[in-house]
Design a protein around this ligand. Structure first.
Ligand SMILES: [Zn+2]
Length: 438
């Protein structure tokens, strides 16, 4: 199958950040075989099975959301005004106690529907329920994902071991599945829910299996203060003291309450961070030192976290908040460049999820891309496209989404998910749980 898309503005986001103002791409099966300037020759037109004229559209890499809990999408708007610890104990955990297999599936379908509709092609899922179901669904829907069956260690040694075993066997079963679109990691939930000995055993297992480890870290000041009272040190220093930072590739979510020496240590040990600004703002957790992380050379990508604390999965919005907050808080208009910003939702995201994809548009790379309707007033004048992508674009501008050459959305119509059914199921399952929780 050969697809030719011509007359496109191609925003490659490659190493040189090249824009091809009028060009074409050729996709053969799963791969870009040509990414070129100008008009395709007649020979190419003759062999193409499908030709699309992309006049008035921008073609660019798909986006990556590197921390989240898709199943929690069902809890959108469930509680808006509690801090993290009370929010979890009083609202989220009781609600989750009522989740059925169908409700979890409904939340996840809603999340995928929202992500694809706004141009996200890959995401990380940290959750503990029905992960095999989700992997099967992702295989069918066509997105990329890093999946973790996360564990909480506030239980007996036997229960801890059983959870770790379940998590490791899930990770082994699905790593590299769906034409390598699915990657896996191990995931202790957080230092305040997993004793350090348990985290150490998880790292042992990850090292044995050659997997990265994902964990919430230093999300709130209270959590760090409480930890320091008990252990006389910051959770990151504790991991370091045990020698755990250097043994596996880490991807930490949040990292809001970190000191300068933590950033240096993270940089030295190549730990990655998923920055989740909207969740951190909404739960009143604070603001991670994003610019300082980037200055230290830490690989930072962006995550929306659970929708219950965000409340959307629109990475454009998430990125804009991330960038604007740094500029405002530091009183520094050049705190972050558009290049740094766009890397965080494309190439840095692709590497954080261990996709093996560069997150760029180039020949020889798997054909992942999205298309944007560039005719809207808020994207004119067209000259400064990179700026528009950071400061003006919206999820609803995305018209088409492709992963490995397969269309997941065309002309805003989802092709691998039933939007109406997804909406119906989500409302039905939410109402059902609500009647049991209250
Ligand atoms: Zn989270």
């Amino acid at each position: 199958m050969i697809t030719l898309i011509k007359n496109a503005r191609i925003i490659t986001l490659d190493e040189s950040f090249r824009i091809i103002w009028n060009g074409y791409i050729v996709v053969e099966d799963m791969t870009f075989t040509r990414v070129e300037e100008g008009e395709p020759d007649q020979q190419l037109i003759d062999v193409a099975d499908r030709i699309r004229d992309a006049r008035g559209e921008w073609l660019m890499p798909g986006l990556y959301n590197t921390h989240g809990h898709a199943a929690m999408t069902l809890m959108r708007g469930y509680e808006d005004n509690l801090p993290l610890d009370r929010w979890l104990k009083e609202k989220i955990w009781p609600f989750e106690g009522q989740l059925t297999r169908e409700a979890v599936a409904a939340g996840r379908a809603l999340a995928m529907s929202e992500m694809i509709s706004s141009g996200t092609i890959g995401f990380l899922e940290m959750y503990h329920l029905y992960m095999d179901d989700f992997a099967e669904e992702i295989e069918r829907v066509g997105m990329r994902a890093a999946l973790t069956r996360s564990v909480i260690g506030l239980c007996s040694r036997e229960e801890q071991d059983a959870k770790l075993e379940e998590s490791a066997s899930f990770a082994t079963r699905w790593s590299g599945a769906a034409y390598n679109r699915i990657q896996t990691m191990l995931a202790p939930h957080a230092p305040y829910t997993c004793p350090i000995d348990y985290i150490e055993r998880i790292v042992d297992k990850a090292e044995e299996l050659g997997l990265p480890v994902h964990m919430h870290l230093a999300e709130t000041k209270k959590e760090v203060d409480d930890y320091q009272k008990i252990h006389k040190m910051h959770p990151l220093d504790h991991l370091d003291e045990r020698g755990l930072l250097t043994r596996v590739p880490w991807l930490f979510a949040h990292g809001v309450h970190l000191e300068k020496h933590h950033l240096k240590r993270m940089s030295e040990t190549h730990a990655r961070v998923s920055h989740n600004p909207m969740s951190n703002l909404k739960l009143g957790s604070g603001m991670a030192p994003l610019t300082a992380m980037l200055d230290q050379g830490i690989s930072v990508s962006i995550g929306c976290d659970g929708v219950s604390a965000n409340n959307t999965l629109d990475l454009w919005e998430e990125l804009r908040i991330a960038v604007l907050l740094q500029k405002g808080l530091l009183q520094k208009a050049d705190a972050l460049s558009v290049e740094q910003a766009l890397r965080m939702i494309t190439s840095e995201g692709a590497s954080a999820l261990q996709t093996g994809h560069s997150g760029m548009i180039k020949a020889g790379e798997e054909a992942d891309f999205i298309m944007i309707d560039a005719t809207s007033p808020h994207l004119q004048p067209e000259q400064h496209i990179h700026s528009h992508l950071v400061y003006a674009a919206k999820g609803s501008d995305v018209t088409d989404v492709y992963v490995q050459g397969k269309a997941l959305m065309e002309n805003r119509e989802l092709l691998t998910l039933d939007k109406e059914r997804t909406r119906f199921e989500a409302n039905k399952e939410f109402a059902d749980i609500l009647s049991r929780v209250n």
